[in-house]
Ligand binder design. Structure first.
Ligand code: HDD
Length: 703
């Protein structure tokens, strides 16, 4: 390990391949210019006399300033804000019957991956917690070249045809005249677009749902969105949808919390990813496949080529085939996370595209955007983008910043001078596009099978639990309250095609009524898909959950350390929070180290709160406005709360519990000062639930 950072996890083949490019500063290293000249004075420029003008001659000053002036590259036009990590993928059993992709055939094979998560609309410096789709882009460094699965945390998309992408992105981005609002969809132009382009309706339901405000990247599902093809050794093709299923389940923040977080810690998601990996709690997902035989292509009531549609898991189950673990943070944000270039055209033998018109446009866009962003056609030579197998064995030459020194006299194919090298591969080894038969007229027309814009929006709505439906209604209300009334009204009218109850509830909140009826035949009758509801996700672990122990001088020290021990043993990250730093003077007379102050560690940074006993400690908490606010806010965000002994008086004084009454759900109180195993166990059980939504926002609570 070098003196200044550098990871101990030597890692997989890609992590090792990056080593020659890493710059480790050693103990006896001295400052140099980019040309290797040792610099003696890095504090003063070269001047004509100590009070005189700086000399043009100062090449050291000029090199330093020039480099600085050129340090920025264009941010991604979408998905500008991101965070990434290294890791590996491993298949559980050979998928040879389905695909000839080698990385999907050998369960003993470790395939390095680099995964970048992102928001879509905001700039590089925008907040992590905005209501938005999250990008989930995975670069598999396989022995047959890089495979980029560039997906999102939602299984559908806003539009059906790439020709609409610039319009859609323009509408959701800040408005062009004043660049307001940053990273928010709650503005006129997006909703104007949505109400003109009804194919967006299904995705808008997802965007208004809790999926758009994930608790962490490790709590998100990922989706390849499009229907792809898997092709096996015999050339047999099947349709496939890719899924990532998170080991820790799908969990979200609540809206009030996300907005406060945007100010209190706008890096919450990237920081969480970073810290979990540093702590060895490696985020993990399983890869799932929905396979559809070619003969079944037309058997659905939607078109497999329509990216605004999903295949309900109840119709085609998700077959779990492998796992991905992220176990190493990047060494350098710019070199890796910023310069990584995902291209949907990065594909390997055994995987192929379909005629989804959105994907077809993406096949052009990604390569094109990297040319601008990374400054020329050699971006594949940037270390993070290099495959781990032989690459650039071809006759492409030159271009800005070319790294490879191609040796030899020939740079064309077919040549005789260099024995015809490099030779084309043979079909068995190389990439062969699936020979799909196309017999068609060249037209600008969309298939009628893409016409139903609402049924799956209805499917999504009816698959939600009452709590999730409430959140969707509130999200529509919030967003639409910020747009012109004429657009608001159009959206109310549009929602009628999805569901009458949804329409009535949103309309009521906005003080409107529908002014025209739904389209004929809508809303359709659909069978709900329980797999779409987050309420049905895994709730079997507290790993990585953050718990605050809210304490004050005079709190019970033993309860603090017993609860901390029990929670940490279960996998939680625990912090003792108080109104000051340093040592807590606990009731036993001993001292406990405080991990952070209340203002710097607000309740929104935690998943649960514990209040220890100790009379003086409890009174101190009751007399501290910030501490009272802490409990109230934890309460309205539906998080588990536990208190022992006198700690319960703090909850009672904040009117969160009334002595003698039934406790609100998710609130645990013991009269005894002692943290018993049973009590800690019950608290842990509550933390697994994540939230107790039946005590959703109580308007009388001032937090
Ligand atoms: Fe895209 C970036 C995902 C449609 C054009 N897209 C980008 C990223 C993700 C997605 C995760 C960030 C990659 C990274 O971390 O560097 N995009 C999607 C999904 C789509 C989709 C799941 C629909 C199913 N995208 C889409 C269309 C187009 C683009 C239809 C253009 C026709 N996307 C881009 C882009 C970006 C990009 C402009 C911006 C930066 C980049 O590519 O590298 O080319």
């Amino acid at each position: 390990m070098s003196l200044f950072g550098g990871k101990t996890n030597a890692g997989n083949a890609k992590v090792k391949a990056l080593e020659p490019f890493r710059v480790h500063v050693q103990e006896d290293d001295e400052l140099t210019t980019n040309q290797g000249l040792k610099i003696v004075d890095n504090q003063n420029s070269l001047r004509a006399g100590p009070r005189g003008p700086t000399l043009l001659e100062d090449f050291i000053l000029r090199e330093k300033i020039t480099h600085f002036d050129h340090e920025r590259i264009p941010e991604r036009v979408v998905h500008a804000r991101g965070a990434a990590a290294h890791g590996y993928f491993q298949v559980y059993e050979s998928l040879a019957p389905l695909t000839r992709a080698k990385f999907l055939q050998d369960p003993s094979k470790i395939t390095p991956v680099f995964v970048r998560f992102s928001t879509v609309g905001g700039s590089r410096g925008s907040a992590d917690t905005v209501r938005d789709v999250r990008g989930f882009a995975t670069k598999f460094y396989t022995e047959e070249g890089n495979f980029d699965l560039v997906g999102n945390n939602m299984p559908v998309f806003f539009i059906q045809d790439a020709i609409k992408f610039p319009d859609f992105v323009h509408s959701v981005k800040p408005e062009p005249h004043n660049e307001i609002p940053q990273a928010s969809s709650a503005h006129d132009t997006l909703w104007d677009f949505v109400t003109q382009q009804t194919e967006t309706t299904h995705m808008i339901m997802w965007l208004m749902s809790d999926r758009a405000i994930p608790r962490s990247y490790a709590n998100m599902e990922g989706f390849g969105v499009h229907t792809f093809r898997l092709v096996n050794e015999d050339g047999k093709s099947r349709f496939v949808k890719f899924h990532w299923k998170p080991k820790l389940g799908v969990h979200s923040l609540v809206w009030d919390e996300t907005q406060k977080l945007a100010g209190k810690n706008s890096d919450i998601n990237r920081q969480d990813l970073w810290e979990q990996i540093e702590a060895g709690a490696f985020p993990e997902w399983e890869l799932g496949l929905q396979i559809v035989e070619e003969s079944d292509e037309m058997k659905f009531d939607f078109d497999l080529l329509d990216p605004t549609k999903l295949i309900p898991e109840e119709l085609v189950p998700v077959k779990i085939v492998g796992k991905m673990v992220l176990n190493r943070n990047p060494d350098n944000y710019f070199a890796e996370t910023e310069q990584v270039a995902f291209c949907v055209s990065n594909i390997v033998p055994g995987i192929d595209f379909t005629n989804d018109a959105l994907m077809q446009g993406r096949l052009f866009s990604y390569l094109d955007t990297q040319l601008l962003r990374l400054g020329g056609p050699n971006f594949h030579e940037i270390p993070i983008n290099q495959p781990i197998c032989p690459f650039r064995i071809n006759n492409q030459r030159d271009g800005l910043h070319r790294q490879a020194i191609n040796v030899g006299k020939t740079n064309y194919d077919i040549n005789s001078i260099s024995k015809g090298l490099p030779k084309q591969s043979i079909a068995k080894r190389g990439y062969v596009s699936y020979a799909e038969r196309i017999d068609a007229n060249k037209i600008r027309e969309r298939s009628a099978t893409f016409d139903d814009h609402f049924s799956q929006a209805t499917l999504f709505w009816l698959s939600m639990s009452p709590v999730e439906q409430d959140h969707i209604v509130k999200a529509f209300t919030f967003e639409l309250s910020k747009v012109q009334e004429v657009i608001r009204q159009r959206m109310i009218n549009q929602l009628q095609n999805v569901d009458n109850v949804l329409t009535q509830r949103v309309a009521h909140n906005l003080g409107l009524l529908p002014t025209e009826g739904p389209q004929p035949g809508f809303p359709k009758k659909v069978t709900p898909s329980p797999a779409l509801s987050q309420m049905n996700t895994k709730k079997d672990s507290v790993a990585t959950r953050k718990v605050a122990i809210l304490a004050a001088d005079g709190s019970d020290g033993k309860a603090i350390s017993d609860m901390k021990k029990a929670l940490e043993a279960a996998g939680c990250c625990v912090k003792v929070i108080a109104s000051h730093m340093g040592q807590l003077k606990v009731s036993t007379g001993s001292q406990i180290e405080i991990d952070g102050t209340i203002p710097a560690n607000p309740s929104i940074l935690f998943d649960a709160v514990f209040i220890p006993g100790g009379k003086e400690g409890s009174i101190n908490l009751q007399n501290c406005g910030a501490a009272v606010h802490y409990g109230l806010e934890t309460y309205i965000h539906c998080k588990p709360i536990a208190a022992v002994g006198e700690g319960a008086n703090y909850l009672a004084a904040s009117r969160l519990i009334t002595k003698g009454d039934t406790l609100p759900s998710g609130v645990l109180v013991s009269e005894n000062d002692v943290v018993t195993n049973d009590f800690a166990g019950q608290f842990i059980k509550n933390i697994k639930q994540h939230r107790f939504f039946d005590r959703e926002r109580i308007d009388s609570i001032p937090a």
